[in-house]
Write a protein of this length. Structure first.
Length: 300
């Protein structure tokens, strides 16, 4: 089999380049549905480092520091928050956010931390202090109490918004726009699949006399698209790029960096599967070439 017959080089090269970018786009669109916005991508990553423990420890430290500013005893705050509530608040908010973006939930996600006990215990402390000191419980004291409750709740929430989700879950915010974009992306994916089928059909026609050529060039397209994902992801992971993120809150930093590494690992797995498929196509091409040569030798 002569090379010029197998590789109708220019048309195959052009079609292969188009296919490579189509396969790349399809990989990323697949990742959007099954990796980027899949809640378990993030919750599994955070669970591995026990992010609820880090958040709980930061809240406990905050409680110990508050007496100097509010007069509320650390034990009052500590007994108002337990680790189970912290864990539930974190994971449910992450899951609800990405389920909303994926269109599995219609309503904008709401933060579900229960501060009922916290508010009751702080109120009781203020009342007891006023009685003990013989101070009339005035509106001014009530305002101070409400401000204390608000500040404490905001501080605790900042430790629980592990993926900075409070910044994207605003009305008409980023999560709503991502949800709309994902709907559009799914339509684009259907169009790209149809386009890929057409291009492969054209390539099959170009290589109609030599099926090995089709396998080779489709394999080449898959190989290139996989490497366009695999190489950048490998660099990000190898250089520990996410470790350099400037986030002062340890809980948010740990959750975000771990999740980004988890996301990168998932992309590496996806591109590796594509790479394996590409290698199989090329191996089949090599097998067909060798079998063809063997049959020709037998005829001779």
């Amino acid at each position: 089999m002569k090379n010029k017959k197998l590789y109708n080089y220019l048309p195959n090269l052009i079609i292969s380049l188009f296919l490579a970018f189509i396969f790349l786009a399809l990989s990323l669109l697949f990742a959007a549905d099954n990796i980027f916005f899949e809640p378990t991508t993030y919750t599994n990553s955070m669970y591995k480092i026990k992010i609820e423990d880090t958040a709980f420890e930061e809240i406990q430290t905050y409680c110990e520091q508050q007496y100097a500013y509010t007069g509320v005893e650390a034990d009052t705050l500590k007994k108002s928050i337990n680790k189970t509530d912290v864990s539930n608040a974190i994971y449910s908010y992450v899951e609800d956010t990405f389920s909303y973006i994926l269109g599995k939930k219609s309503g904008l996600p709401e933060f579900k931390a229960d501060f009922t006990l916290l508010e009751k215990n702080i109120s009781d402390d203020y009342t007891k202090w006023a009685e003990k000191e013989g101070v009339k419980y005035s509106q001014e004291l009530e305002d101070i109490k409400q401000k204390t409750i608000k500040n404490v709740e905001q501080a605790i929430e900042s430790d629980l918004y592990v993926m900075l989700l409070s910044n994207i879950n605003k009305p008409n915010g980023i999560s709503t726009k991502l949800k709309d974009l994902l709907v559009l992306a799914r339509k684009i994916r259907i169009a790209l699949i149809a386009t890929a089928v057409i291009f492969i059909g054209v390539m099959a026609a170009v290589n109609r006399k030599h099926i090995g050529g089709l396998l080779y060039w489709v394999g080449t397209s898959l190989f290139c698209s996989s490497m366009l994902i695999l190489v950048p992801c490998a660099i990000l992971k190898g250089t520990k790029y996410y470790d350099g993120l400037a986030i002062h809150n340890d809980t948010v930093y740990n959750a975000l960096t771990r999740s980004m590494y988890g996301l990168t690992d998932s992309l590496i797995k996806l591109s590796t599967v594509t790479l394996i498929v590409a290698v199989l196509f090329m191996a089949l091409f090599a097998l067909i070439i060798n079998l063809t040569k063997f049959k020709k030798k037998e005829k001779c």
